[in-house]
Design a protein around this ligand. Structure first.
Ligand code: ADP
Ligand code: MG
Length: 445
């Protein structure tokens, strides 16, 4: 489908911001400075990491939540609440278990006061179109996941919306089922059989976005904003094995992994100073996962360097699972990410080749050097005569700079790491960090 610059503009978003109140009356800015125009005739993909605000943006467009700042215009009118002509498909199918397929689909029409005989006709059309003919009287529990999501789609399509919003519509499905449904949907779109004028789809699968979309918007995180925009010009049906397609996917990987590594001065161990540098949110990340990844990278066929898309594919991992591992290894200086590749550093290779004791030692040094929060907790424990410190203070410090959930996760990740490295320990009952007699001495060098 050619993107015609003269096509009618359906949706326009200007300088949109969305923030939420946090516990302590400060604000968490989720979306900032989002600008976006959607025209008739295009499928646009929103790509971004988990937590970058994609669902929030979709909810704003669907009129389910207002932006905190900025303007959303739908067909030249200011959007205020759910608009006629916009329908949404959710990731979880959101079907009513006590209603048949047909009744679930007709629900989409109920709000529109459609005459009864027409409702039946429209719902039958939508059900047939999406490949559910014959299942009108079935109940959701009698259907497979893929068929349930087809019902979700039919319910959105039955109103013939101008804009179809889809929030990771295939991510709850297994790979093959998702592929079938995606292919069917693209075919219907290309053959102009879908009763919609434009589609906005949120996904965290780069391949999916490149397979489906005419244009891609790539979100960056914290706060979420559109960092890149790309046109996809491959004709349909698209072939994911095509070298040009692969190259394009690689390019997006590069755009999405390009992050400034967080650098701190390892010689500066002044506590008050380091506390201001402590606010790096850490993902859930076990030692097993990190070491497993390093061992995989070290072994054949990668021998220290792997193409991220290839690695993701061969490990059957999503970008959302793979990138946090790569970024954590990068933060700890065990790997680098560049040009869509992940590369083990010399230190990373040394760790892989070492016995457990040496591994722990390498890991400990990296934590002290690269994670200021760990460094300052340890310094405080060293200073105190009872070698104990409450976690509360550190949690509060973190919460000033990230969501309470992220703070909790960061502390929990840190606890796993320092236990492995035998740097210090955490007592769940008293919620205190403490130094054990066995914990390692840190050599000052
Ligand atoms: P994505 O869909 O890209 O994964 P979301 O839009 O779901 O991201 O969430 C973005 C951020 O906004 C997350 O940090 C999330 O915790 C936060 N968030 C979303 N909804 C709310 C809410 N109702 N209240 C507070 N924070 C929220
Ligand atoms: Mg989401």
């Amino acid at each position: 489908m050619k993107l015609n610059e003269n096509q009618e503009t359906l949706l326009q978003i200007k300088n949109c911001q969305k923030s939420y109140k946090k516990d302590n009356s400060s604000e968490l800015v989720v979306l900032d400075n989002v600008n976006l125009t959607l025209k008739k005739g295009e499928i646009v993909g929103l790509l971004g990491r988990s937590g970058s605000g994609k669902s929030t943006l979709l909810r704003i467009i669907a009129g389910l939540t207002p932006p905190s700042k900025g303007k959303v215009t739908w067909k030249n009118q200011l959007l205020s609440g759910p608009a006629k002509g916009i329908a949404m498909v959710f990731q979880s199918f959101a079907l009513f278990p006590w209603l048949t397929v047909q009744d679930n689909v007709q629900l989409g029409l109920e709000a529109k006061n459609t005459p009864h005989d027409q409702m039946e006709k429209l719902s039958e059309e939508a059900i047939d179109l999406i490949g559910l003919g014959g299942y009108e009287k079935a109940y959701p529990k009698e259907l497979s996941g893929g068929m349930r999501q087809r019902v979700g789609l039919a319910r959105a399509l039955v109103v013939h919306p101008d804009l179809l919003l889809m929030d990771e519509p295939f991510s709850a499905l297994d790979v093959l089922t998702a592929e079938n449904l995606r292919t069917d949907l693209i075919e219907l779109w290309v053959e102009k059989k879908l009763p919609v004028k434009s589609i906005l789809i949120v996904t965290h699968s780069i391949e999916e976005a490149v397979l489906m979309c005419d244009r891609l918007l790539i979100f960056s995180t914290n706060p979420g904003t559109i960092a890149h925009e790309l046109k996809v010009t491959f004709p349909h049906p698209r072939n994911r094995e095509d070298p040009a397609f692969r190259q394009f996917v690689d390019r997006i990987y590069i755009l999405m992994t390009h992050r400034n590594p967080i650098k701190v001065d390892p010689n500066n161990i002044d506590i008050e100073q380091t506390l201001t540098n402590n606010y790096v949110a850490l993902p859930k990340m076990s030692m097993n996962l990190m070491i497993g990844m390093m061992e995989t990278l070290y072994a054949e066929p990668y021998c220290g360097r792997a193409d991220l898309p290839q690695l993701a594919k061969s490990l059957q991992m999503e970008l959302d699972d793979l990138l946090p591992i790569g970024e954590t290894l990068q933060l700890l200086e065990f790997a680098d990410m560049a040009e869509g590749d992940i590369i083990l550093t010399e230190l990373g290779k040394k760790l892989v080749n070492s016995e457990l004791d040496v591994r722990k030692d390498i890991f400990m040094k990296s934590l002290i050097k690269n994670i200021p929060l760990i460094r300052s907790i340890r310094s405080i424990l060293d200073e105190r005569t009872n070698h104990r410190a409450s976690a509360e203070r550190f949690r509060d410090e973190l919460t000033d700079n990230m969501s309470p959930n992220a703070a909790r996760q960061t502390l929990s990740t840190i606890i796993g790491w320092v236990r492995y490295a035998e740097l210090f320990d955490f007592d769940e009952e008293s919620e205190q960090f403490f130094l054990d007699e066995d914990d390692k001495k840190i050599e000052k060098d």
